[in-house]
Design a protein. Structure first.
Length: 174
């Protein structure tokens, strides 16, 4: 009976420890998109890391109807009026620009978002190619910026995708 009690106590302790670590294993960043280049674009973007995967979700408002490129850029600096201060696309593995689904793509090549009739676009992307604040600089998105572009990404033009001006920006910081 005494052994059963000890095993039961150990099992409960293990369950509590597992539950705590899975709750503590989650990180989330919520960002406000700031209008740039004379636009009125705004919105909210979030990155949530859980169990080795990062889920990116964004709702972007006041876009002109159509399709717009969306990328992570190399610097968490949205200080310039045109967001050029954010630098180029984040490309820590020195790949060619391309579609997210291609073997060759920048880590920051999120792709395109299409607006609805009200000028709002939404996107959800889940990947194990990113992390929030980890030591792997080829995966760590902290210290970068999320950029919304005026035009669609053509997935061909190097290194930018010919996506046009930067109409919204948010630094990815903890």
């Amino acid at each position: 009976m005494k052994k059963l009690f000890i095993y039961g106590a150990i099992a409960i302790s293990v369950l509590i420890a597992c539950k705590s670590s899975s709750t503590n294993n989650s990180k989330k960043l919520v960002l406000q998109l700031e209008a740039k280049s004379g636009s009125t674009v705004n919105g909210v973007a979030s990155f949530t890391e859980k169990n080795g995967f990062v889920t990116f979700e964004a709702t972007i408002k006041n876009l002109k109807p159509g399709v717009h490129g969306l990328h992570i850029h190399e610097k968490a600096d949205c200080s310039s009026a045109d967001a050029a201060s954010a630098g180029g696309h984040w490309n820590p593995t020195f790949k060619k620009h391309g579609r997210w689904s291609d073997d060759e793509h920048h880590k920051g090549d999120i792709g395109n978002v299409a607006t609805d009739e009200n000028g709002t676009a939404t996107i959800t992307l889940k990947t194990d190619e990113w992390c929030i604040g980890c030591a792997d600089e080829t995966k760590n998105i902290v210290g970068k910026a999320i950029i919304v572009h005026a035009n669609p990404d053509d997935f061909t033009t190097q290194p930018t995708g010919n996506a046009g001006g930067r109409i919204a920006c948010s630094a990815i910081i903890e």
